[in-house]
Design a protein around this ligand. Structure first.
Ligand SMILES: [Zn+2]
Length: 339
């Protein structure tokens, strides 16, 4: 596990300004009532929130690094069964984090701790809070309690109400250099060099994504499948393009599941379109998708700068359609007919 200045024992790479700040807060016992960890998805916000929580509940006196990882509180927290750490997020089949979820969350946080320790509540993806849920949360943020810490993670804080922002300590996570992610994968996750090279580039500055690619084979294969579907979209034959879309959203997918599949595909396609643009600008070194370098180079000839820009525009437009509740299949077909 990576050691941060021997004081925070957190498996986090990059963003040292944030960890220096939290390290000082812990050392001086100056902990805010609520924090917002913001930055792109998969950059390590939730991991940081968990390790901040673990450091707060750790019972070791004068441990050289926090969390100590050995006391009963640390062992329980590592197993995800510590009674003073709560996490809520949007259920996979729901549109948002509901008011009931937030009420339960607040009730749990307001019970006193058995262990007289901090109680920490983490809301993952706070941009998904329903309007009612935000209002329920606001009351709690307005009256902070001693030894209760609420951490919201959010990719986009612009959608959060100002009343929440003004009551919280906001910490901005930035993308991490791929060389640092590469080193982390080798040193701390026993990756092979070829894997570290591939995943550190593919992750585009998001360490948690690189680790996910390394540790979750199915997740990586899914990514590859979506990347391959983009290559299918580059086919001059419109029928192959439509079948590429059929492969992403099968006939049985519907509702939020179909939206999620379509959004996942559009994100991956945007990454690949960006690579095509970099190849066009002779900046192949910056491209994310080493594994698809050949296919992308072969396809690049069909585009010029103007058509690439219009492709990138169409991809963005399709994401806007999805956000506006357009049928997900139609949103993807919008891309297929635009080549
Ligand atoms: Zn401990």
């Amino acid at each position: 596990m990576k050691t941060h200045k021997n004081k925070l024992n957190w498996p986090i790479v990059g963003n040292s300004h944030i960890f220096d700040f939290l390290e000082k807060s812990l050392a001086n016992k100056k902990v805010a009532g609520s924090y917002i960890f913001t930055g792109p998805a998969n950059i390590g916000k939730t991991t940081a929130a968990y390790f901040f929580a673990r450091s707060l509940v750790c019972e070791a006196e004068g441990a050289p690094a926090l969390p100590c990882g050995q006391c009963p509180a640390c062992l329980a927290a590592a197993k995800g069964i510590h009674s003073d750490i709560y996490l809520i997020k949007k259920p996979a089949d729901k549109k948002n984090i509901s008011i009931d979820q937030v009420r339960d969350f607040i009730r749990s946080l307001s019970l006193s701790s058995f262990l007289n320790s901090y109680k920490i509540g983490i809301i993952k993806g706070a941009e998904n809070l329903s309007e009612g849920a935000v209002n329920a949360l606001l009351k709690t943020l307005e009256e902070p309690k001693i030894k209760v810490v609420i951490i919201l993670t959010a990719a986009d804080i612009d959608v959060l109400p100002k009343t929440i922002l003004s009551r919280s300590q906001i910490l901005n996570f930035s993308p991490v250099k791929s060389a640092a992610i590469y080193d982390d994968l080798i040193k701390n996750y026993q990756a092979q060099r070829s894997q570290a090279k591939n995943f550190s580039r593919l992750a585009a500055g998001r360490p948690a994504l690189a680790i996910k690619f390394l540790q979750n084979r199915e997740y990586y294969e899914d990514y590859q499948r979506l990347a391959r579907s983009f290559i299918g979209l580059l086919s001059p034959d419109i029928n192959s393009r439509f079948s590429a879309i059929e492969n992403i959203i099968g006939k049985e997918a519907s509702g939020q599941e179909a939206v999620k599949l379509a959004l996942g595909a559009l994100q991956v396609w945007q990454n690949l379109a960006r690579d095509l643009m970099l190849l066009d600008l002779n900046l192949a070194d910056l491209a994310q998708h080493e594994a698809f370098a050949e296919e992308l180079s072969a396809a690049k000839g069909r585009f010029n700068l103007k058509s690439l820009l219009s492709l990138i525009n169409v991809l963005k437009q399709s994401r806007d359609y999805l956000a506006a509740n357009v049928n997900p299949r139609l949103a993807l077909e919008n891309v297929a007919v635009s080549f």
